[in-house]
Design a protein around this ligand. Structure first.
Ligand code: NZQ
Ligand code: ZN
Length: 377
């Protein structure tokens, strides 16, 4: 095993931690405070941030939508340039944080920021950013990835860059009290699938990574099994830490990784606006069936160590049952409004994005995507 692992994001975890951000934002900064559709005005987060920023020069940019778009974020690029912003504060879920990562890099780039998303250019710098997380799911608060969409072409793409790691991330579980069931379920499933993408591949000598992944998966299974406690602080606390650890880079360092569920899921969201977590719940169980020969050993390991099941096929059924138990339909028909073209749209988009050899072995080809989606219908 070989890997380089560096995660520079300072984590401030716990109730009341929002005020700690003044330790990390230089006093003479010009701050752009960025948020989404207004949920932060209903749970006291907006007031807390304004209070904490009172001695700073700051501007606001709101309206970052779920599945953030370049169309919206390019408006913020103008503000960063016009006002000479040198610190971006992202306050929200994965979408606001991802939007801000794009913003941070695009603001210092002469060309069109979409170049980073279509892979024609790599950031060479970014405005410093910090994050206050309000929806645990993506891990974006302390990783170097961002997923951004282009409305004009129904595309949803991603890029990684060491320059877009947030400098700090505040994880205060008390801000989760206003999350509805839909977002809580999305968060658990997203974190669960992130862990699986780095764990359900093939056996390799990685006992520490496997053990850590299994601890995260156990925690997430428990959250789904104690769904009736989802309004409790301790449930929120567990999800916030679990989702963060699922995608901060460690469990994937040096081990085989899959990510095909995500690549197919992103295309589904680009065409049908399906919530990210739900797009994964639709794809993943069927992907495990189609790729069963490659994944059966790890599925069995998961069954034995986490679910108390010693049959790999039954592990797949159990995963789907868990998703359904938190109110997520895994039937693609429930999301696409009768579109008969769904399979060709998704396979064509994957082809256009050069994603024709997915999975940990590069053997998940478009015919397999077709099989997966057919099973999901
Ligand atoms: O916009 P506001 O008003 O804030 O409302 C949001 C939004 O409508 C709401 N919300 C957030 N915190 C809340 C709250 N509502 C009440 N109380 C709170 N405390 O929740 C809605 C969804 O928010 P969003 O940020 O879109 O959700 P999520 O965190 O699931 O992020 C999804 C995005 O992240 C990308 C996804 O593709 C998707 O675009 N991902 C990013 C990754 C990364 N950077 O590493 C990896 C992931 O796999 C994923 O692809
Ligand atoms: Zn995800």
């Amino acid at each position: 095993m070989t890997y380089t692992y560096h995660n520079p994001t300072i984590i401030e975890f716990g109730e009341g931690k929002i005020e700690s951000i003044t330790n990390y934002i230089p006093k003479d900064s010009k701050v752009l405070f960025v948020y989404g559709g207004g949920s932060i005005k209903k749970n006291g987060v907006y007031e807390q941030v304004v209070k904490v920023l009172k001695d700073y020069t700051f501007f606001e940019f709101s309206g970052v939508e779920p599945n953030p778009t370049v169309e919206t974020m390019n408006k913020a690029v103008e503000i960063v340039r016009e006002k000479n912003i040198d610190f971006i504060l992202a306050v929200g879920g994965g979408s606001v944080i991802d939007g801000c990562k794009y913003l941070a890099a695009a603001s210092l780039y002469e060309g069109d920021g979409w170049d980073f998303l279509d892979g024609t250019s790599q950031p060479k710098a970014a405005v410093t950013l910090g994050a206050i997380l309000t929806l645990p799911a993506t891990g974006s608060e302390s990783n170097s990835g961002t997923v951004v969409s282009k409305k004009a072409t129904n595309e949803k793409r991603y890029f990684f860059s060491p320059f877009i790691f947030p400098k700090f991330a505040v994880l205060d579980p008390s801000v989760m009290a206003t999350l509805d069931d839909r977002q809580l379920a999305n968060g658990v499933v997203d974190a669960f699938v992130h862990t699986c993408e780095q764990y359900i591949t093939y056996p390799n000598n990685s006992p520490i990574h496997d053990g850590y992944s299994e601890t995260i998966l156990k925690g997430l299974v428990k959250l789904m099994q104690t769904w009736d406690k989802r309004k409790e602080y301790s449930w929120h606390e567990d999800l916030m830490l679990l989702a963060n650890q699922a995608l901060n880079g460690f469990i994937g360092a040096g081990v085989p990784q899959d990510w095909a569920t995500h690549m197919i899921g992103h295309e589904l969201t680009a065409f049908y606006g399906i919530d990210h977590g739900r797009s994964l719940a639709i794809v993943q169980p069927q992907l495990f069936k189609v790729m069963f020969e490659d994944k059966k050993e790890k599925l069995l390991q998961m069954g034995k160590n986490i679910l108390n099941i010693d049959d790999a096929n039954k592990v797949i059924d159990k995963i789907e049952e868990l998703y359904n138990s938190v109110g997520i339909s895994t039937n693609l028909n429930d999301y696409i409004n009768g579109d008969k073209e769904v399979i060709s749209k998704i396979t064509t988009a994957l082809k256009n994005h050069n994603m024709t050899a997915l999975g940990e072995k590069g053997n998940l080809t478009l015919d397999k995507v077709e099989q997966i989606l057919t099973l999901a219908l």
